[in-house]
Design a protein around this ligand. Sequence first.
Ligand SMILES: Cc1cc2nc3c(=O)[nH]c(=O)nc-3n(C[C@H](O)[C@H](O)[C@H](O)COP(=O)(O)OP(=O)(O)OC[C@H]3O[C@@H](n4cnc5c(N)ncnc54)[C@H](O)[C@@H]3O)c2cc1C
Length: 323
Amino acid sequence: MGDILVIAETYEGKLRKVTLSSIAFAKELAAKAGVGYGIAVLGKDVGDVAAEVAGFGAKAVYTVDDPALENYVAGTWAGAVAGLAEQVGADFVAATTSTFGRDLLPRVAARLNAGMVSDVMSVEGDAGDLKFKRPMWAGNVIGTVKVTTPKAVFSVRGTEFDPATPGDGASPIQAAQVTVADDGKVRYAGFAATVSERPDLTEASVVVAGGRGLKDKAGFDGIMNPLADLFGAAIGATRAVVDAGIAPNDLQVGQTGKVVAPDLYIAVALSGAIQHLAGMKNSKVIVAINKDEEAPVFSVADYGLVADAFKAVPEFIELVKKG
Ligand SMILES: Cc1cc2nc3c(=O)[nH]c(=O)nc-3n(C[C@H](O)[C@H](O)[C@H](O)COP(=O)(O)OP(=O)(O)OC[C@H]3O[C@@H](n4cnc5c(N)ncnc54)[C@H](O)[C@@H]3O)c2cc1C
């Protein structure tokens, strides 16, 4: 059985924290499968990121430093990752289930002719009988699956693996010679990033999320912005709010949005549909404010307040400010 290759995720030349969950997954899988793991850093001028991930005790950190990888294009990256996996003898490839991982990994699996397990929640068994738990049906069913191909690709649910911490020894950094080929199908045109002073939704320790009960953009912004300011929190939204054009798409939490597990999740005027709960029910403490005491969100809440959000939230903010 070959090694595991973790793909480091970067943004603007910096390591994204979500990578640390994949490293934690790789450590666990390596111990159970009796293999080693390496970390791959692809991009342009990746030296700093490579040095940063070299402190986690991986067998090696492989860099693929190429101008053609400066901007992420799925086809080009997938070819480079698959080529690297073959070159370093990795039978397993892993990254975190983020927008990047979701886009890249199925393409890598196709190129390696590998089975893929998406959204891995845990590793079960040992080298002779490895199995993986993953959510199905919006998280209502946890399936246990086995990969039957010699190679396998994994997207790792970041909220299920505590971020790895450095300290297990330094890894050698090796520049890999991999052919980076533009497949000609998609060309990078530009990247329109949403600029926000707030923390990233998937990395924030506090998330405040609003639902359709906030009615319109003025209602949503008027309640959510001061609440988020109070906690230095990221703002999330339900799909109903996003579909109505009240909040941008990148704020959506849930089955078809982002999966988050902050220390504190404050759900405001949202019902708690299963598709929404699938993206936040693993939060450490959940507070729900809803005027309907029957709202399903109360079934996952640690603290619930049956109240009109337009009255309760400003009062709550005032109280906290007064100390
Ligand atoms: C395939 C599929 C995928 C989906 N993926 C997602 C997903 O990723 N994320 C997601 O969120 N949804 C998703 N949905 C949609 C989901 O089913 C729900 O429709 C959606 O989550 C409902 O959003 P909401 O809670 O904002 O609205 P509603 O369900 O309409 O709830 C509004 C709530 O606000 C409360 N309320 C109203 N006024 C006030 C007030 N003044 N004060 C306090 N409370 C008030 C009401 O009591 C109600 O509980 C998906 C659906 C499908 C079919």
